[in-house]
Ligand binder design. Structure first.
Ligand SMILES: Nc1ncnc2c1ncn2[C@@H]1O[C@H](COP(=O)(O)OP(=O)(O)OP(=O)(O)O)[C@@H](O)[C@H]1O
Ligand SMILES: CC(C)(CO)[C@@H](O)C(=O)[O-]
Ligand code: BAL
Length: 258
């Protein structure tokens, strides 16, 4: 597996791959890799092209009161995970906005509800870094998880509107045995909080089967001790929600069945 930290070196390698006829598939991540990420890597490998994983905890998508500093960072373990998963190239830049960076990508329709409401500027940060990662890696395919459903739709819109020559491949949400969607932020949960958190996917899954699912889930989630509902909304044919469990914010969604 190749390991590249320098953005210029990454772009030179992406261009070299393209010139040689290989169209790379990119899996953008913020690291602290888990089986959800590995499902994205496996899907990328099915493309039969070189697989690039990027790891970058992107400061632009975190609000001033959010967990940028606390976000889990485990470089060596992630490197070994990528190697074992058969990743061809790990791109792990130290910095993507050095100097007087002053250009941003703002999607102005899909970014403002749901997570965009409670995380102002988040999707501007996501769209900007994904645009830059696509340019640096020269990827022709980009793989994203349905867990971050709003992110997926914002990126699809950006790619369409700005005519990036990139195909987006979505991957279904991967869950741990207790039903919780794998997420780097799950490690903020104590064992006791984790136990309570399993009510989140359980209630959401049942709600997705009900015609009154949105209202029902809002009531049921608010009833759980220590839960505070950020939103429950239907979007992209899925029942999507974010909850605070004490001070930890989790998101999840299920396809609507009714
Ligand atoms: N459980 C999962 N199933 C499928 N895809 C996932 C899952 N968790 C993360 N992904 C996808 O992996 C990619 C990278 O996500 P990221 O590195 O932010 O991981 P994360 O676990 O979602 O972290 P966080 O806890 O910060 O939300 C995104 O496309 C995201 O949707
Ligand atoms: C797409 C992404 C890697 C951009 O920083 C991030 O938002 C994530 O991990 O989902
Ligand atoms: N998984 C999306 C990245 C974030 O929450 O900042």
């Amino acid at each position: 597996m190749r390991f590249i930290e320098d953005p210029e070196e990454m772009q030179a390698e992406g261009l070299r791959l393209r010139r040689g006829g290989a169209l790379p598939a990119l899996v953008p991540t913020m690291g602290a890799l888990h089986p959800g990420h590995l499902a994205l890597v496996q899907r990328a490998k099915e493309e039969g092209a070189p697989v690039i994983v990027s790891i970058y905890v992107n400061p632009l998508q975190f609000g001033p009161q959010e967990d940028f500093a606390a976000y889990p960072r485990q470089e060596e373990a992630d490197r070994q995970t990528c190697e074992a998963a058969g990743v061809d190239l790990l791109f792990s830049p130290r910095e993507l906005y050095a100097g007087d960076h002053s250009t941003y990508v703002t999607e102005e329709a899909l970014s403002f509800g749901r997570c965009g409401r409670s995380r102002p500027g988040h999707f501007r940060g996501v769209a900007t870094v994904v645009a830059k990662l696509l340019n640096l890696t020269q990827a022709a395919v980009a793989v994203f998880g349905w867990k971050d459903a709003q992110q997926l739709s914002v990126i699809r819109r950006m790619i369409r509107d700005l005519a990036f020559p990139v195909r987006v491949v979505p991957v279904e949400i991967q869950r741990d045995l207790d039903g919780l969607a794998w997420s780097s932020r799950n490690r903020y949960l104590s064992p006791e909080q984790r136990k309570r958190a399993t009510a989140f996917p359980r209630i959401l899954a049942e709600a997705a089967r009900r015609p009154d699912g949105r209202a029902w889930a809002t009531v049921e989630l608010n009833r759980m001790p220590g839960f505070r509902v950020d939103y429950v909304e239907v979007a992209d044919g899925r029942l999507c929600a974010a909850v605070w469990i004490d001070k930890i914010r989790l998101i999840d969604n299920f396809p609507c069945e009714s």
